[in-house]
Design a protein around this ligand. Structure first.
Ligand SMILES: [Zn+2]
Length: 503
């Protein structure tokens, strides 16, 4: 072969190869495009078919003020299906964040939590809530094609109780080598007042939710639920979770409910019933403080142990139910105020359930906030109403350093701004957590099933994820999930509200 012919052959091979590559490339692109189109069409067809599902009858959602309002009604399975369907995008977004949080802090894998949900929690869950949880899974799968099953959803519902209560108890019991430092969380600042303490002599109730910003920024659902049995409920909540869980809710029989967790609580009863089930059941079925207490005590597993702050607008009575596992205490009055900021007050509960808690360490967050509640509530005796409650939830006075500074000791918590963090909750320096949203209501509003809610810090400050992560590499693991948390306006919601076009 002459050099000339050899060159021509080589060039031809090169051109042919390039051509083949080009054809192959186009084939891959086309196949991918066709595949995406097919997938899109399937998604659309599934969504269209599912949106005609009779279980969705009467349900709807709309977005306002940074919140997502959902109206759910009917049989337990239908309420669940509507929940899963209408909040599919929010559940798909929240699930991996919660999964990362639970597995990171405990060093246990997701199968561990699924097994705990299946073997320990599921057998004791009432049939009604099993159907609702299965309904959430079905609605989610119908809408988004998600492959999560009911045990994934149950484990997510228990995200407050499994990691810091069950695993902490299990590690101690099994003497787990190199066990992580797990502490029960310090969630929330709240009060309930009545009689001579409030402007109109009736009940005022208010709460801000403290949690990591990663979960807190997603705690943006207003649930209006009309169940087949029990009372209608209006509550804030988390996508995919059947209880309010932070907690703030009112029911159509006059009960007004909130709580703050008990810091340094220790204990778990594997034979008990999940806290998220009891809390949902109590809001749905309790028409009085006594009934509420009875439901919370029935099968108490010690999970997410709280000081429950309750009001009954029918009797104008308020109560504080300090629900430990080995001990509990109920205080009640028709003329007084109960405040919560994550501290136990009954000597027996402190001794038996929170042996490490020091009520006289005024430097720590729960005690510093307890002092601030006492100051603010006493100063405003007789003036408390929903407007004032909103302002108090955004308060930034640090009673230990005696200065205005948003940090881990202020009623509106900004732990990201504190180099101290909160050691008693295992929150390290500048932990991205604090007050993530607030709610307030009163007897008159509760009668009409109305409440005010504000997304983001109740003071109105924004949290920005990017600059925070740039300055705090300890929290780099949160990067895929941690988002900005802009503060929304105080926004009013009422049960049965029909969405109006926004201007
Ligand atoms: Zn603030």
């Amino acid at each position: 072969m002459s050099d000339g012919i050899r060159r021509i052959v080589a060039l031809s091979v090169l051109l042919l190869g390039t051509g083949l590559l080009w054809v192959a490339g186009r084939t891959t692109d086309d196949a991918e495009k066709a595949d995406n189109e097919r997938k899109g069409a399937i998604d659309e067809a599934r969504e269209r078919a599912a949106s005609n599902d009779p279980r969705l009858k009467g349900a709807y959602r709309y977005d306002r003020g940074g919140w997502v309002y959902v109206h759910l009604e009917g049989e337990p399975a239908a309420v669940g299906f509507q929940h899963g369907f209408l909040l599919a995008a929010e559940i798909e977004d929240a699930f991996p964040a919660i999964q990362a949080q639970m597995t990171h802090s405990t060093r246990r894998d997701w199968d561990f939590f699924r097994n705990a949900a299946k073997e320990m929690l599921w057998p004791k869950i009432d049939e009604e809530y099993r159907q609702e949880l299965q309904g959430i899974t079905d609605g989610l799968n119908a809408r988004s094609g998600s492959h999560l099953d009911v045990y994934d959803i149950v484990a997510m519902n228990a995200f407050e109780e499994l990691p810091d209560y069950y695993v902490a108890w299990l590690d101690k019991r099994e003497k787990t080598a190199n066990a992580p430092n797990l502490k029960s969380p310090g969630n929330c600042s709240a009060f309930v007042a009545t009689g001579s303490w409030t402007k109109d002599g009736k009940i005022v109730i208010a709460h801000n939710n403290w949690t990591g910003y990663m979960a807190g920024e997603r705690w943006r659902i207003i649930f209006d639920i009309v169940p087949k049995n029990g009372f209608r409920m209006l509550m804030d909540g988390f996508p995919g979770v059947i209880a309010s869980d932070d907690d703030f809710g009112i029911n159509s029989d006059g009960l007004m409910v909130t709580e703050t967790t008990i810091s340094q609580f220790e204990g778990w009863d594997p034979n008990g019933n999940a806290e998220f089930v009891r809390a949902r059941k109590a809001l749905q079925y309790a028409g009085s403080i006594d009934e509420y207490t009875k439901i919370m005590l029935d099968g108490n597993n010690g999970g997410y142990a709280n000081d429950w702050l309750l009001g009954d607008r029918k009797t104008n009575e308020i109560a504080q139910l300090e629900l430990g596992l080995k001990a509990y205490k109920l205080w009640r009055t028709k003329d007084g105020v109960f405040a919560g900021s994550n501290w136990a007050r009954d000597p027996k509960v402190i001794k038996l359930d929170t042996p490490q808690f020091n009520p006289s360490d005024m430097e720590n967050s729960p005690n510093a906030r307890r002092v601030r509640w006492e100051q603010l509530l006493n100063d405003n005796k007789g003036k408390l109403d929903v407007d004032l409650a909103q302002k108090l939830l955004g308060d930034h006075f640090d009673t230990f350093d005696k200065k205005d500074e948003a940090n881990e000791r202020t009623l509106c918590g900004h732990v990201d701004a504190s180099p101290r963090g909160v050691a008693i909750w295992a929150w390290g320096p500048n932990y991205p957590g604090g007050a993530v949203q607030g709610k307030a209501s009163d007897s008159t509003m509760a009668q009409q099933l109305r409440l005010f809610a504000r997304m983001g810090h109740p003071c109105g400050a924004d949290f920005l994820a990017k600059p925070f992560l740039a300055g705090h590499s300890d929290y780099a693991w949160q990067e895929p999930f941690l988002r900005d948390m802009p503060a929304g306006p105080w926004t009013e919601f009422h049960a049965g509200e029909i969405p109006v076009p926004q201007r």
